[in-house]
Design a protein around this ligand. Structure first.
Ligand code: NOJ
Length: 534
């Protein structure tokens, strides 16, 4: 089970209101205690933070905001002492516009080796003032920005599939390929156990950068599909890169791994990233996107297991991350079919109790499944999004680039609460937090839940303990015959029953191992999951 740490919001060691590496090191025992096997850290590299660190200005150094390389080494040592593996984020699709490579490209001539590291193109029209093609930025607006050349005149354009401060690298350039081999080795030499590969489906673009057939609606989480083949995503060439990287990982002792962040669909396309000579895992975003419906969940579990088994890779499961509204908030909304792109003042506010109840049931349903589960920091506390965050405080570039049409991802990125009565809820020593925490976080703080039977934290801890004891991750799934709105399966010696309908149901015989909420008269209430032993 991998636990995602979003460094700026996990724990603040120096009191400036932004989480950092010493803060993480100081809190690792809480994760070992929870039953975590590995941590994945979102980027902490040198960066102007235009996209919260997914805009990297130096791939081989820590941003002073988060500490130093020495702090990183200390964190890895501590994590390994606690038997926690460490996975770091690798952002190869784009760098920051403040990376020395991009600065050199701007200073150099069109056609120069410096420009060839990126996707610079001449514009269309007599004066080159029309963007080279119709591609959009996933954050809204055009995917192209025109530069001013050294002579002061408007010049070439460069591609950025995300913010203008995130120029896309050209992966056909041998120097880019070689630089990233060295970056992988740099972190492997420092002892990391693996990489989460950002935008893994985007590195290679179709030759000639042809127009998109239909101007796609910009979406942060772009999905490539078999049916709508896109010149931006899921090109065959990406697989050569991962085969190359796999050879590097295999040169190192221990089990070093890669996990793909690839929003591709259907799952059979995703399976191509986890063949024996590429990555070990890929995030299962079809599962994350599945509505709270028994039919939908059963179907995505089935297809996930089927395609992953076909390539011999473990299936993964995930319900929340730093890019989506937390599942405890989504499941409290009326429309359970579409996960909203941020929630703010004026939007429908989630029913917190219902959302939490369903989130707990959904998590137990997920943690019983064979494969590898990914958790996002704070979900073990039952945290919702901050859904009434002041719009003036928003920092996600999506908010501005979408012309304030999409609120973006700040709501799920708020500093997490450790101590109910401390300033800043114990996030750091001064009480400062880079985003304000909602009032609801005080009662959900970790110290309110430790040792409290029935708390979400204890539910997660028990589920993870049972998952480990029964080796559920390595097990196999066998569906049980259940009514339509009930999901029932057996994995090893554990039977999992989730009631997603609206009426209480009788339970099969068996010893109750764990329940996501109390039973009523021995019946399983709606939005509740139990684990039973024979
Ligand atoms: C996916 C990351 O998870 C997201 O946070 C980021 O904005 C984009 N990739 C661009 O790097």
């Amino acid at each position: 089970m991998v636990y995602q740490i979003y460094p700026r919001s996990f724990a603040d060691g120096n009191g400036n209101g932004v989480g950092d590496l010493p803060g993480i090191t100081g809190r690792l025992t809480a994760l070992a205690d929870l039953g975590v096997d590995a941590i994945w850290l979102s980027p902490f590299y040198r960066s102007p933070q235009a996209d919260a660190g997914y805009d990297v200005a130096d791939y081989c150094d820590v941003d002073p905001l988060f500490g130093t390389l020495t702090d990183f080494d200390a964190m890895v040592v501590r994590a390994h002492q606690l038997d926690l593996k460490v996975i770091v984020d690798l952002v190869p699709n784009h760098s920051s516009d403040e990376h020395p490579w991009f600065r050199a490209a701007l200073a150099a001539e069109p056609g120069s080796p410096e420009r060839r590291r990126y996707l610079f193109r001449d514009g269309k029209g007599p004066d080159g003032s029309i963007a080279p093609n119709n591609w959009s930025s996933m954050f809204g607006g055009s995917g192209w920005t025109r530069v001013t050349e050294a002579d002061g005149n408007p010049g070439q354009w460069y591609l950025h599939l995300f913010d203008a401060k995130q120029p896309d690298l050209d992966w056909t350039d041998p120097d880019v390929q070689e630089q990233f081999r060295n970056i992988l080795r740099f972190w492997l030499d420092r002892g990391v156990d693996g990489f989460r590969v950002d935008v893994a489906h985007g590195l290679v673009k179709a030759t000639g950068l042809p127009d998109e057939p239909a101007a796609a609606e910009p979406a942060v989480l772009a999905v490539a599909t078999d049916e709508v083949s896109s010149p931006l995503w899921d090109q065959d060439g990406v697989h050569e890169i991962y085969r190359d990287w796999r050879k590097i990982l295999d040169e190192y002792p221990g089990d070093r791994m890669m996990v793909a962040e690839a929003w591709v669909s259907p799952l059979s396309r995703l399976a191509r990233y986890v063949t024996a000579d590429e990555m070990q895992q890929a995030f299962n975003f079809e599962y994350l996107s599945a509505p709270w419906s028994a039919t939908a969940i059963r179907s995505v579990v089935d297809s996930s297991l089927e395609v992953n088994n076909s390539v011999g890779a473990p299936t993964t499961w995930v319900l929340s991350n730093h890019d989506v509204v937390r599942h405890a908030s989504w499941f409290g909304l009326t429309d359970l079919t579409v996960r909203p792109k941020g929630i703010g003042v004026g939007d429908e506010q989630p029913d917190a109790a219902l959302g939490l109840r369903r989130a707990r049931a959904a998590t137990m349903l997920m943690l019983g499944l064979p494969g590898s589960a990914y958790l996002y920091q704070g979900e073990e506390l039952g945290l919702p999004d901050h859904t009434t965050l002041d719009d003036d405080l928003r920092q996600d570039p999506i908010w501005t680039r979408s012309g304030h049409l999409q609120r973006g991802r700040d709501g799920c990125r708020v500093p997490i609460p450790w101590e109910s009565d401390a300033p800043g809820l114990g996030f750091g020593p001064t009480g400062k937090t880079w985003l304000p925490q909602p009032d609801s976080y005080a009662l959900l703080a970790r110290d309110r839940q430790v040792g409290v039977t029935g708390s979400t934290l204890e539910l997660y801890r028990s589920a993870l303990g049972l998952r480990r004891d029964h080796r559920l991750g390595q097990g196999t799934l066998e569906w049980l015959d259940t009514p339509q709105e009930v999901i029932g399966y057996r994995n090893s010696a554990v039977t999992v029953i989730a009631n997603i309908g609206d009426r209480p149901i009788p339970l099969p015989a068996g010893e109750l191992l764990l329940t996501s909420d109390e039973l009523t008269d021995s019946l399983l209430p709606p939005d509740t999951t139990v684990w039973l032993a024979p």
